[in-house]
Design a protein around this ligand. Structure first.
Ligand code: XIL
Length: 322
């Protein structure tokens, strides 16, 4: 009965999707995006890898175009991501070990980027993926080596606050559903940072789920745990992988297991107190837009999103709508 109803008209919470600048040139893509979603995240063009060039200059053409699209269409803009261990650009590497110069460039970057979208971005992922895959340690990077493990995060939140006092500032990570140890480490870290005065306004759980590694029941427990600090929760990058091998089961069976997982996560999210429901975001619009298909479509068996290659609702869409 809910087939193809705009998701954003059903949900009593913002629903988001990510996009790349060039996709907006495709009218079918833009129509689906604005039909179903009320919030957008740049899939990569607001990351340091895009913005900070090797000579230290900033490049804002595509991030500006994305922000402008949001403004013109009345979509809420979620900024992603200021500081990420996996993107330390050459302009920063050149300052490695130089103490104050590194720290000044760090502050300058955050002020420039978060400041540029002040009043346009409702929120930012300030720190992305700080916890190691082993679930126990925090990752080491040029950020931690130059500024300190907790300190670089505390600084980043203060700088972002200075740049845009009204934006909700998130700490974002993945495998928080699938790995309870990582989740516990993440929550202890957030508590420590809050205690040290970091202006963290919300918790982002990427929710890159998989039929192979997300057992039923895990998402409900995870969201309850993550909400225990009282902060708003952003399901920030939902997609559901079918796994590493094609055709482990007939397609309808896979689609229905995927829908079950999505339903559990959405239900757990909607069961949070209203003040803790920041947004529910999927990582792509159509299946064929998903990063899980691979840069050259190496993984054609993946169907990770609510809308199929043609933009038609799948069982996962129905599950979210319900
Ligand atoms: C991914 C994008 O989807 C890709 O297009 C890009 O090449 C690499 O990054 N966690 C994140 C996202 O926080 O930024 C990542 O997005 C997916 C994992």
């Amino acid at each position: 009965p809910v087939a193809d109803t705009p998701l954003k008209s059903i949900a009593s919470t913002p629903v988001g999707a990510c996009l790349q600048r060039h996709q907006l040139d495709d009218p079918a893509f833009a129509a689906l995006l604005t039909r179903h979603y009320s919030q957008i995240t740049a899939e990569w063009e607001m990351k340091m890898e895009y913005i900070l060039q090797d000579d230290g200059r900033f490049r804002f053409d595509r991030p500006d175009a994305i922000a402008d699209f949001a403004r013109r269409h009345g979509l809420r803009l979620h900024g992603h991501a200021l500081i990420w261990y996996s993107q330390v650009m050459p302009a920063f590497r050149a300052l490695d070990g130089q103490g104050k110069r590194f720290a000044d460039a760090y502050r300058n970057y955050i002020l420039a980027v978060a400041g540029r979208y002040r009043g346009l971005a409702a929120s930012w992922d300030v720190i992305n993926e700080a916890v190691d895959d082993n679930g126990v340690d925090l990752r080491r990077s040029a950020w931690t080596d130059n500024l300190g493990v907790d300190e670089h995060m505390i600084l980043a939140f203060h700088h972002a606050k200075e740049a845009d006092p009204d934006a909700v500032l998130f700490i974002n990570d993945y495998n928080l559903e699938n790995n309870p140890t990582k989740r516990a480490t993440f929550l202890r870290m957030v508590e420590r940072l809050l205690k040290a005065g970091a202006p963290i306004g919300g918790i982002g759980t990427q929710s890159h789920l998989g039929l192979d590694f997300t057992p039923p029941g895990m998402c409900r427990i995870a969201l309850r745990d993550l909400a225990s600090l009282g902060l708003p929760i952003h399901v920030s990058e939902l997609d559901i992988s079918f796994g590493d091998k094609p055709e482990t089961a007939p397609l309808p069976k896979l689609l229905s297991r995927q829908a079950d997982l999505a339903r559990e996560l959405a239900q757990a999210y909607m069961d949070l107190p209203r003040a803790q429901r920041f947004a529910f975001t999927v990582w792509g619009v159509r299946d064929r837009d998903s990063w899980l298909r691979g840069a050259n479509g190496e993984r054609p068996w993946e169907h990770p999103l609510p809308l199929d290659d043609a933009g038609q609702p799948k069982p996962m869409f129905q599950a979210l709508a319900e």
